[in-house]
Design a protein around this ligand. Structure first.
Ligand SMILES: [Zn+2]
Length: 487
């Protein structure tokens, strides 16, 4: 139990903190829709004012222009700034994003998504952005205010980086971080990002790794135009048949990647590491519920977690140019483009993976004896990231979670990527930690109707997560000097 004065102040001022989140949620700062751009800008101005009330020095940094929905628009500015410049203190950089995903009542929301709803019976706070990522940003502001109101010295210097384009690819941010690595962020000792989620609903997590991604397209072409199978079946080499033959060589139904050289690069599992996964507070049932069926490759929880977090994976996504309508059309497609991707873990570099894939697919294609033409392209590549959990940054957060929740956090990696994490790690060369302050609000992790935004209805934050999350962020900052001293 945490009885520090700042924590008591947080408990006693819950209504004020809820009102702050309400104001933030009710600015519909949707970054992916041109008509909402003025709201995104207003959200940035509102956030800047909140930070300035705490005495922070904040600059709004223009990030250039973009074309969206056929219009040329100014990108929402990033907010960059500081609170405290004492050379005797450690400096922690805090990142968050003030934009949100689109939302409308017609997607299936119970409440108007941009009207903040406090359900007092269930103690839940509903609204777009309540957890992603306005709740955590308010958590930082609340914690700093609580320190100031209770005359608690903040034992670290803070740097801020808040963007308004995270839900739309963080346009312009990478360049900004690289530039500020020699400017505003030059003294940063560690980075804390609060923009992901606990794995289950009850145990706090600290996240120390993300998988990278290499995305490929495989084009096979032959005939000059689509052909009829009654006329040309068993006469020509068919591109789709070639593609299926190739794709059957990529991965087994048990998830084993068949491209030589990839599995060999993955670090062998140690007993200590396996224990980390066994200790994660999640069950096979949690996965089956999220999947909606009992179709996991393994029934061992640790294996399932490692499949997602520490091993690479290869997924086949689709085929462009294939007949996909109803009925029995007897077309032979003249050209076909298959798509697959590989999720990367250390030490798999996207460029090296590209070379391995190119070499392998060309060799396998040659074995087919087809006269068609093959082209393999890597459409995008992002590196994996993993941080050391032995760093004082993680120890300060672990101790904070233990104090606030009375529980040891689960150490997790994410199966997907949050590219800005790697940018901070590489540009600053410092320890980066993901400190989620709430559990995942999605009813499931399923992707609905081909559109990632559609499934994330009824976004909410449990009041308890908001309040205890605020205390966790505050206590983490208080813990930094001792954790760093014992390094
Ligand atoms: Zn987010």
């Amino acid at each position: 139990m945490l009885d520090a004065p700042f924590a008591k102040w947080i408990d006693e001022h819950q209504d004020e903190l809820i009102a702050r989140l309400k104001e933030a949620v009710e600015i519909p700062s949707v970054s992916g829709d041109a008509s909402y751009r003025p709201h995104v800008v207003r959200m940035g101005e509102w956030l800047r004012a909140e930070l300035e009330k705490l005495g922070a020095e904040i600059r709004s940094v223009p990030l250039g222009k973009q074309v969206l929905d056929g219009q040329e628009l100014d990108l929402p500015p990033a907010l960059v700034g500081s609170l405290g410049k004492d050379p005797k203190k450690k400096t922690v950089l805090v990142y968050g994003h003030y934009d949100v995903q689109p939302a409308s009542l017609s997607d299936g929301w119970k409440h108007e998504p941009f009207q903040f709803t406090h359900d007092k019976e269930t103690r839940r706070l509903y609204g777009r952005g309540s957890t992603d990522d306005k709740g955590p940003i308010m958590g930082w502001i609340n914690a700093i205010q609580a320190f100031q109101e209770t005359k608690t010295e903040i034992p670290v210097n803070l740097r801020f980086c808040f963007e308004g384009m995270e839900e739309s690819g963080s346009e312009g941010l990478e360049e900004l971080v690289i530039k500020e690595a020699k400017g505003e962020f030059a003294d940063v000792d560690a980075v804390c990002i609060s923009d992901n989620y606990w794995l289950g609903t009850t145990t706090p997590c600290l996240t120390y790794g993300l998988r990278g991604l290499s995305y490929f397209s495989v084009s096979i072409s032959g005939p000059a135009a689509d052909l009829h199978s009654g006329v040309f079946g068993n006469v020509v080499h068919e591109p789709m048949t070639d593609l299926f033959a190739l794709f059957s060589k990529l991965v087994t139904p048990q998830g084993k990647i068949l491209v030589p050289g990839i599995n060999e690069k993955v670090a062998p599992l140690t007993d200590d590491e396996r224990k980390l996964y066994e200790d994660i507070d999640v069950t096979l049932g949690d996965f089956e519920q999220a999947i909606g069926a009992k179709v996991t490759i393994s029934e061992d929880k640790a294996e399932v977690l490692m499949g997602r977090m520490r091993y690479p994976s290869l997924s086949i996504h689709g085929v462009e140019g294939a007949f996909s309508g109803q009925g029995a059309k007897t077309v032979i497609p003249a050209a076909i483009k298959g798509k697959f991707s590989i999720r990367l873990v250390p030490d798999l570099d996207p460029d090296e993976v590209n070379e391995l894939v190119q070499k392998y697919l060309k060799a396998e294609f040659a074995k087919l004896g087809s006269k068609n033409t093959l082209k393999v392209e890597m459409l995008s590549g992002g590196k994996p990231w993993v941080a050391s959990i032995d760093h004082w940054n993680f120890r300060a957060a672990k101790d904070a979670i233990e104090k606030v929740y009375g529980k040891t956090p689960s150490y997790t990696r994410e199966g997907g990527s949050i590219p800005i994490t790697l940018t901070f790690a590489e540009a600053l060369g410092k320890n980066v930690m993901l400190l989620p302050s709430a559990y995942r609000y999605f009813p499931s992790n399923r992707v609905g109707r081909g559109d990632d935004g559609a499934h994330s209805t009824n976004e909410k934050l449990d009041l308890a997560n908001y309040i205890e999350g605020t205390k966790t962020l505050g206590q983490y900052l208080l813990n930094v000097p001792a954790a760093a001293a014992s390094a």
